[in-house]
Design a protein around this ligand. Structure first.
Ligand code: GLN
Length: 558
């Protein structure tokens, strides 16, 4: 056994990457927990606007990994990109800290700082995320690739341990309410500072330990500058890089702009959402236009595309965690958890907690089913994941049905929702990552990961759009009543509001009309949740119905 291996047979470098990623996800999810509440309560945005920003931000975080992967492969190498990305994210969080420190005196400056911060974090994440994930794979020599599934399960636990800690600490220090339930809108800054500190710790851990542990079994450093790579760092045939003809590239550029215009003008999507959707489709088209692909390769790539399309609906529903579900936890929920009044942003914590608890049992379940020759193929597992998420929203929809404007949703229902959604995530997310690896022709592997991440990005953008149709929660009706306005009658168009009433509502971030989705008015939380039940439920049924066909198209891969 080499010096770098521990008793479990996993290289020590895995634990360095585990620790680095843990701190990074602490920073990312800790900030995600409080971001929308900060936008609404301190920067005085409407919930609708905050949800759209949240979706766009997350979407862009999954668009930039394409760029980060490209720059790493050609110029800087994995290690430098991880450190650069880590530092950028720490700086971004620090800017959020400043934004949350100055908003009381200068909301214009605070808003500018917030935009700059999100921009820097988006690029930082783009440098960090693809590089750390690909280093996990490169720790294992060819003959040990069978350990990769376990390695990724361990790594996924690191991700979620970090998410758990971030969603614990950042809300404790940043999402603070007094006894009377009044929020301290100046506390958010401490949450952002905690996130920044976590990212600095992660970067420092990686910087100090990388040379000793993040190495090949022979002890050569991994992920250095690309020009120092030696041929043994590649697997056989891997040097065969994708080369596109000039004609294909020009076609792609034209398609990219044309699709962008269609999404923007045809479907009314904002600039960022149009960018995300058109990048995904263009890249997908570019890859299949390559004439060197064989029939089997092409079939397998189409399976990736079909699955990628369906998981858009998964992430769109799943990522309500940081927007609409947090607003509901904040405004219409009894958050008493065994005597502890949980900060609303902390309720998301159950996802990370349940992943840490269930990641290993789930991988044991798949092993068991495999040993009995009854393991479902990957797309079938993903259809189950979509079905579970539909179930989670169905349960919550029925629990909010009779709440009216004054009833509170018990926190146990949100915990149950996160429990079911975590099982769904474990059926879908790690499975998807390894499916792309298994189905991709080697020369297109990183690009196909790019397409896959872009489908995550599209899901997040859709999450923003769907989060923005959250109808008014009970607190808005109470607030309007205090201001002498009968919101219900205005929403139901029974009375026409005066110009003054409209201004008062706008000043208090309350909408004067029901949100609309696909031509339907969303009148209450029940209808809101049913949107997710229908979208993910339909996606689950269609994907399941397609599995026999997909199985054929996978040509032996499961
Ligand atoms: N929660 C996981 C992570 O942060 C997966 C997110 C995703 O793939 N969209 O890495």
């Amino acid at each position: 056994m080499s010096e770098t291996a521990v008793k479990t047979g996993h290289p020590k470098g895995l634990w360095v990457l585990f620790g680095t990623e843990m701190w990074e996800r602490f920073n990312f999810y800790g900030m995600r927990a409080i971001l929308t509440l900060f936008l609404v309560n301190s920067l005085m945005m409407k919930e609708e606007e905050a949800s759209l920003i949240y979706g766009g931000f997350l979407g862009l975080c999954y668009l930039t990994p394409m760029l980060g992967g490209f720059i790493s492969d050609r110029f800087f190498g994995n290690r430098n990109c991880i450190m650069l990305g880590g530092l950028m994210m720490a700086i971004g969080q620090l800017l959020l800290f400043f934004s949350a420190s100055v908003f009381g005196d200068n909301i214009g400056l605070a808003t500018t700082l917030m935009w700059s911060a999100l921009g820097i974090i988006i690029f930082g994440n783009g440098f960090f995320k693809p590089n750390i994930s690909s280093m996990v794979g490169s720790l294992y020599p060819k003959q040990e690739k069978s350990k990769l599934d376990t390695a990724f399960t361990i790594f996924y636990m690191g991700i979620n341990l970090g998410a758990f800690l971030g969603q614990l600490i950042c809300p404790i220090v940043g999402d603070v309410k007094n006894e009377a339930g009044i929020r301290d809108i100046h506390a958010f800054k401490w949450g952002f500072l905690a996130a920044s500190t976590a990212m600095l710790i992660g970067t420092a851990v990686f910087y100090m330990l990388k040379n000793k542990y993040v190495v090949t079994p022979e002890g050569r450093p991994l992920g250095g500058l690309p020009k120092h790579n030696v041929s043994e760092d590649y697997e056989e045939g891997e040097s065969q890089k994708a080369v596109f003809s000039q004609k294909a590239l020009i076609g792609a550029v034209v398609a990219f702009f044309a699709l962008g215009l269609v999404f923007h003008y045809g479907f009314g999507q904002n600039f960022i959402y149009s960018l995300i959707y058109s990048s995904g489709l263009t890249l997908a088209g570019l890859i299949v236009s390559d004439s060197s692909l064989t029939k089997v390769e092409r079939d397998r790539i189409f399976v990736i595309y079909i699955v990628a399309f369906f998981i858009i609906f998964f992430w769109a529903a799943f990522e309500q965690a940081g927007s609409s579900l947090t607003f509901i936890a904040d405004n219409q929920c009894d958050r008493n958890f065994f005597g502890y009044n949980m900060p609303p942003s902390m309720v998301q914590i159950f996802n990370g907690l349940f992943v840490v608890a269930f990641a290993v049992p789930f991988s044991m379940l798949w092993d068991y089913l495999r040993s009995k020759d009854r393991e479902p193929i990957s797309p079938a597992k993903q259809a189950v994941g979509l079905g579970l998420i539909a179930l989670s929203y169905f349960i919550i929809a029925y629990n909010v049905k009779d709440l009216g404007n004054s009833g509170l949703l018990a926190i146990k229902w949100l915990i149950l929702l996160y429990l079911i959604q975590t099982c769904a995530e474990l059926c879908l997310s790690p499975i998807g990552l390894s499916l792309v690896g298994k189905l991709s022709p080697k020369r297109f592997s990183s690009l196909l990961y790019g397409v896959f991440f872009l489908s995550n990005a599209s899901g997040y953008a859709l999450a923003g759009t769907l989060g923005s149709i959250l109808p008014a929660t009970g607190d808005k009706f109470v607030k309007a009543k205090e201001l002498g306005i009968d919101l219900q009658s205005i929403l139901d168009k029974k009375v026409t509001p005066t110009a003054e009433q409209l201004k008062v509502l706008a000043d208090n971030q309350i909408s004067d009309h029901y949100p609309v989705f696909a031509g339907f008015e969303i009148h209450n939380l029940f209808e809101f949740f049913m949107v997710f039940v229908i979208l993910t439920g339909l996606a689950a049924v269609i994907l399941m119905a397609l599995t026999p066909k997909l199985k054929k198209m996978m040509h032996g891969v499961r």
